[in-house]
Write a protein that binds this ligand. Structure first.
Ligand code: PGA
Length: 250
């Protein structure tokens, strides 16, 4: 069975509203022939305009985080329900930067992922080990442990996208080798198989993230367990279209 590739840009805390508009307008004609699922995840304040600008294009819009409650006294938070209301279809959950700087736990990630699914949005659930953990030979244990908790008790896990992002490769220019990336995406797939069976494991889409660029996307996408990419730095310019159009390179 073939899984539709999904390439998402995580803009992180970059691009004011007018800058986001400019980049989206620049990218629309460049990715209009895309055969992959193409998602832009700008900061919250850019989302309304981003949804509006990408209407009737193949681009979908995602947020970078959400709260699992629909409303309430949670100062500074944005509810998944609010995102859905403005037409956001995807949401990155449990990015390592949020785990590190905002103390997000696997339990939080699990609640957010379930809520996103309940709202019919696609959660992009992130996992990945630190350099220290990899050097200690604990990468597999860490990734499997995260996936088990993050994806616990989910009704239809095939609607989740998992992004394997080794922390040592994020924003460092140091991409995992294709073999390392594929191996770890394989750990994720195997864990899904143990939790939800072979059919779910075959269908779930797993992205690699960490210094993905136009020069390494083709080889990463050729790996059997890698179904897409979550791209940070290289999603901030029009060169992102070279990543999205990786399959059109001669
Ligand atoms: P990077 O970020 O592509 O800049 O390494 C990836 C991510 O954090 O999602």
């Amino acid at each position: 069975m073939s899984r539709k590739p999904i390439i998402a840009g995580n803009w992180k805390m970059n691009k004011k509203v007018h800058e986001a508009n400019e980049l989206i307008r620049e990218l629309i004609p460049l990715v209009e022939e895309t055969t992959v699922e193409c998602v832009f995840c700008p900061p919250y304040i850019d989302l309304i305009e981003a949804v509006h600008l990408t209407k009737d294009t193949p681009i979908e819009i995602g947020a970078q985080n959400m709260h699992w409650e629909d409303h309430g006294a949670f100062t500074g938070e944005i509810a998944g329900d609010m995102l859905k209301d403005i037409g956001v279809k995807f949401v990155i959950i449990g990015h390592s930067e949020r785990r590190q700087y905002n103390n997000e736990t696997d339990e939080d990630v699990n609640k957010k992922a379930k809520k996103a699914l309940e709202l019919d949005m696609t959660p992009i659930v992130c996992c990945g080990e630190t350099l220290e953990q990899r050097e200690q030979g604990k990468a597999q244990e860490v990734v499997v442990g995260q996936v088990k908790k993050d994806l616990a008790n989910i009704d239809d896990v095939t609607k989740v996208v998992v992004a394997y992002e080794p922390i040592w490769a994020i924003g460092t220019g140091k991409t995992a080798t294709n073999e390392q990336a594929d191996e770890a995406c394989g750990w994720v797939r195997e864990t899904v198989r143990e939790m939800y069976g072979p059919d779910a494991a075959e269908k779930i889409r797993i992205q690699y993230g960490g210094s993905v660029k136009p020069d390494n996307i083709v080889e990463l996408m050729a790996e059997p367990n890698i179904d897409g990419a979550l791209v940070g730095g290289a999603s901030l310019t029009k060169d992102f279209s070279d990543i999205v159009n990786y399959d059109k390179k001669k």
